[in-house]
Ligand binder design. Structure first.
Ligand code: PLP
Length: 425
């Protein structure tokens, strides 16, 4: 075994295959790797992109020694992969110019098999579940984690139980959980309530917990950063910008990049900016006052980041410190305006993803991100995850949102002359 688990709070160690999600002190756990165990070269990782091996073709398992170093034979027995990752890194300098930044790339994690970056963490988490011989998995979710878990569980015949907030989940995401056959429990409460319930369920029942409190989820999500570096020919950008909700993803990005540098695969670290919605901003408050994270009741149109009691708060603050990170907050109106621009650029993403772009604009105008910096923004989820909000926006029907870039449908009679006249006008 080349890895063990360590408490982020009190540094107590546990075996790498011990089934636990927290330390007895309540702290979250890290997977700690042995940095001397493998000698990995950029060329070897690049060569795997041309291989037909399913492990090499996955944008997570291509980096397997850095994610779940069980050895190829053990992995072949337990890995459940849908070829996740390999998402497009869009050159977006035109959009960047409108935000005030010269060099912008957008990594579209909505192009994963179930439409969000959660697939990267899920392939690692579910594979560990199989390695541990688990038969059932569970999660609480604002939607994307449940969609992903339901799919990966179905692929390997495992039972899936998802807890979702009642009435506050988008149709695209709810549809996926139902379609992939997960037992879907809509609780009368919000995400934070659901999270408490599912953690206690997995303590007493023989069910494996697959929220991002599970340290192996975090390990899989590190691959977003690895793949960005590989996409850029291992040239490190100045900034990586992403939204923060439960704060697993930014924790994963930071952990992965620090490990990549320890192994000499990159020669410096990028800075990181985490963007929160104003109505769901516990990390922003803690970071800007240098105080501990205080849970709050969350409210934002960006349901994927509508989380008031983030599970990975400690890990997130540690990652921010390691990467010279900053935290910004943006309003729902700014999120929807940024979304209209990302969508109209032909890229498209769900609202939470577009907090990234609204945040870049804010940080450029504050002078935190330099106008000549190279910025990589992460788009976390697919446009079609939340079609209701798109149609409502373009029809000018979102309360408190100014639909400045509305592209409303045009009503016309079924008459060619009238339509030609309309299009010529
Ligand atoms: C899960 C999710 C987030 C938030 O990521 P965290 O790891 O919870 O901070 C942001 N956007 C989308 C689309 C998501 O699904």
């Amino acid at each position: 075994m080349n890895f063990y688990l360590s408490c982020t709070r009190c540094d107590t160690h546990f075996g790498g295959l011990e089934r636990r999600y927290r330390c007895d002190c309540g702290g979250t756990l890290d997977v700690v790797h042995d940095p001397t165990a493998f000698k990995l070269k950029r060329e070897d990782l690049d060569a795997r992109r041309n291989s037909n091996d399913p492990l090499d073709r996955s944008g997570v398992w291509r980096f397997r020694e850095l994610i779940l170093p069980l050895g190829d034979a053990a992995l072949a027995d337990c890995v459940v992969t849908r070829g996740e990752g390999n998402t497009h890194l869009y050159e977006a300098s035109k959009l960047g110019a409108s935000l005030g930044v010269a060099r912008l790339h957008l990594k579209h994690e909505g192009e994963n098999p179930t439409g969000s970056f959660k697939d990267r963490g899920m392939t690692a988490g579910i594979s560990m579940a199989r390695h541990l011989n688990m038969k059932q998995v569970a999660c609480a979710s604002t939607g994307n984690t449940s969609a992903s878990m339901a799919s990966y569980a179905a692929r390997c015949g495992m039972g899936a139980v998802v807890f979702i907030p009642d009435g506050k989940i988008t149709y695209g995401k709810l549809a996926q959980a139902l379609a992939y056959g997960a037992k879907t429990i809509q609780i009368a409460g919000d995400f934070d309530d659901a999270m408490v319930l599912v953690e206690s369920l997995c303590k007493t029942e023989d069910i494996y917990l697959l929220n991002s409190v599970n340290p192996f989820r975090i390990e899989g999500q590190k691959a977003i950063g690895f793949e960005i570096m590989q996409d850029l020919g291992w040239k490190v950008p100045d900034w990586i910008v992403l939204p923060g909700g439960n704060l697993g993803n930014n924790s994963a990005l930071a952990k992965g990049l620090v490990e990549l540098r320890e192994r000499g695969l990159i020669d410096k670290l990028p800075r990181m900016a985490v963007i929160q919605a104003e109505g769901a901003n516990p990390l922003y408050r803690a970071w800007s006052t240098s105080e501990a994270i205080v849970p709050m009741r969350a409210d934002t149109i960006a349901t994927a980041i509508k989380i008031g009691a983030p599970v990975s708060g400690d890990k997130s603050l540690r990652g921010l410190a390691a990467l010279g990170g900053v935290v910004a907050q943006v309003s729902d109106d700014q999120i929807m305006d940024a979304k209209a621009r990302v969508d109209a650029a032909g890229i498209g993403a769900e609202p939470a993803s577009c907090a990234t772009v609204a945040g870049i604009q804010k940080l450029v105008s504050n002078g935190v991100i330099g106008r000549n910096d190279h910025v990589v923004g992460i788009l976390t989820g697919h446009l079609l995850k939340d079609p209701d909000v798109v149609v409502s926006y373009h029809n000018g029907q979102l309360e408190g949102i100014d639909s400045r870039r509305a592209n409303a449908p045009i009503k016309a009679p079924a008459d060619i002359d009238a339509i030609v006249a309309l299009l010529r006008a």
